[in-house]
Design a protein around this ligand. Structure first.
Ligand SMILES: Cc1ncc(COP(=O)(O)O)c(C=O)c1O
Length: 452
């Protein structure tokens, strides 16, 4: 059995417990299609184990994971500190109801308040612990409703999650339309447009929801000064400024929270920050940080809750993540490596490559054509996991522990990956031969531009 592999997890060339002897990657994919709902499409590979920044598929092939479970596996895979913290907590006290408190839950809330205090969170700030990003935003949505004001503002391109409240805040029509009617009162404003925000703002606005960097919209940074203007306008009208740092938070940009970077946040202090993804480095945990007495007291006794929120194992995972980020100087590492990688990607010359953008280790390659899925597919063939976050953009959100040498492996491989993608794109554009063979099930790329 390989290192870092839990009992019961199928190994390359072996079977799952209760599985059919000799199960192959193709068979796993077929079984997936028979057992799981079709909402994620066809999986690109069946993965069986991970270690550091690498994962292995069911055929034994190794990949450098430059997506980290979509900005989640901050410490890479099977990090020993995370594994032992989770195991120890599960072996001590695995779950209690919210009728009770645990030291891990309380300590995590205190640590999150410490991190928020570095960005100016005042006394009276409070934390609500959830399990996912969408749930954190759902709680923030309910906080907004508790102001008694009817209108909520969000931005075009926004992605805040898939549950009904978070979906109402999400902009993409294809995600929203099948589920109408959604909770009402949400208006989407043009991205980064201060004049539009000023025109929309009023004393009837409960909250403005903003991602400091829009991840799912293609790693798009707000124009300089936008967050400062948003802060001034929301403050003037008594509306909450909610920063969704589910993707950009917990060290991903080289600061605990992206808005702590002066050129991103301009020194603003929000009313609410939502977190998830990297917070537990692979263990599901989300959080809402409410800044100050007003935001901290919007949800009263009995007005919100979730069975697993504050679960001690999830809290232990988050505490271990914060500990390793601090102990190993990962914020500085992310800033240094992110600067280096961005510059290195911008130096690559290829007709398919227009440039690169992003902050820290939340980056995107800008393509000259809608070749994103072809590039992601070619990268996978070459042993790199990336994501076509938009038709013309490739997202990189690797583990924060990625080394320069590992990042360099991708930079070195990139021209050949882009060549292969260009060839595939040209071949796809050519008239189809009469009877082209269907691709093998386990190599068929799913709709790689879909969001989490
Ligand atoms: C900014 C942002 N908010 C919220 C979410 C939803 O998080 P989750 O998938 O954990 O519900 C995501 C997920 O991609 C996100 O990027």
């Amino acid at each position: 059995m390989g290192r870092g592999v839990s009992a019961g997890v199928p190994q390359p060339g072996t079977t799952a417990p209760g599985g059919v002897p000799g199960t192959t990657a193709v068979e796993w994919t077929a079984r997936y299609g028979q057992a799981l709902m079709g909402n994620y499409g066809t999986p690109q590979r069946v993965l069986v184990r991970g270690e550091g920044p690498y994962v292995w598929d069911a055929t034994g092939k190794r990949y450098l994971d430059l997506l980290a479970g979509i900005a989640v596996n901050a410490l890479g895979h099977a990090h020993p500190t995370l594994v032992s913290a989770v195991s120890a907590q599960l072996g001590t006290l695995g779950h209690v109801s919210n009728f009770f408190a645990t030291p891990t839950q309380i300590t995590l809330a205190e640590r999150l308040l410490d991190l928020a205090a570095e960005g100016g969170a005042p006394a009276g700030s409070r934390v609500f612990l959830a399990n996912t990003g969408t749930e954190a935003n759902e709680a923030a949505f309910k906080m907004a409703r508790r102001t008694g004001r009817p209108r909520i503002l969000a931005l075009e391109g926004a992605f805040h999650g898939r549950t009904m409240g978070a979906l109402a805040l999400t902009h993409k029509i294809a995600y929203r339309a099948p589920f109408e009617p959604l909770p009402g009162g949400v208006e989407h404003l043009p991205f980064g447009d201060v004049a539009a925000l000023e025109a929309a703002m009023g004393d009837d606005v409960a909250a403005l929801f903003v991602e400091p960097i829009q991840g799912e919209a293609g790693v798009r940074s707000l124009p300089p000064g936008y967050l400062a203007a948003a802060r001034a306008l929301t403050a003037r009208h008594g509306a909450l400024l909610v920063l969704d740092e589910v993707q950009s938070g917990m060290g991903r940009t080289g600061a605990w929270l992206a808005h702590h970077l002066p050129h991103v946040g301009g020194g603003i202090v929000p009313d609410v920050v939502t977190l998830a993804k990297g917070l537990g480095a692979g263990f599901p945990v989300g959080a809402v940080i409410a800044y100050g007495e007003r935001a901290g007291s919007l949800l009263g006794v009995g007005q919100h809750g979730t069975t697993f929120g504050g679960n001690p194992v999830a809290a232990a995972a988050a505490l271990a993540t914060i500990h390793v980020i601090e102990r190993d100087g990962l914020l500085e590492h992310v800033r240094d490596l992110g600067d280096w990688l961005l510059a290195a990607l911008r130096d690559v010359r290829h007709p398919l490559l227009a440039g690169a953008r992003g902050e820290g280790l939340l980056l995107a390659l800008e393509l000259t054509a809608d070749a994103g899925p072809a590039v992601a597919s070619a990268a996978l063939e070459a042993g790199f996991i990336v994501n076509a976050v938009a038709p013309d953009a490739i997202r990189l959100a690797p583990p924060l522990v990625l080394t320069r040498a590992q990042a360099g492996d991708f930079v070195a491989a990139l021209p050949a990956i882009l060549d292969a993608a260009r060839k595939a794109t040209l071949a796809a554009a050519a008239p189809a031969p009469a009877a082209a063979p269907a691709p093998a099930a386990d190599t068929t790329p799913a709709d790689d531009t879909k969001d989490s």
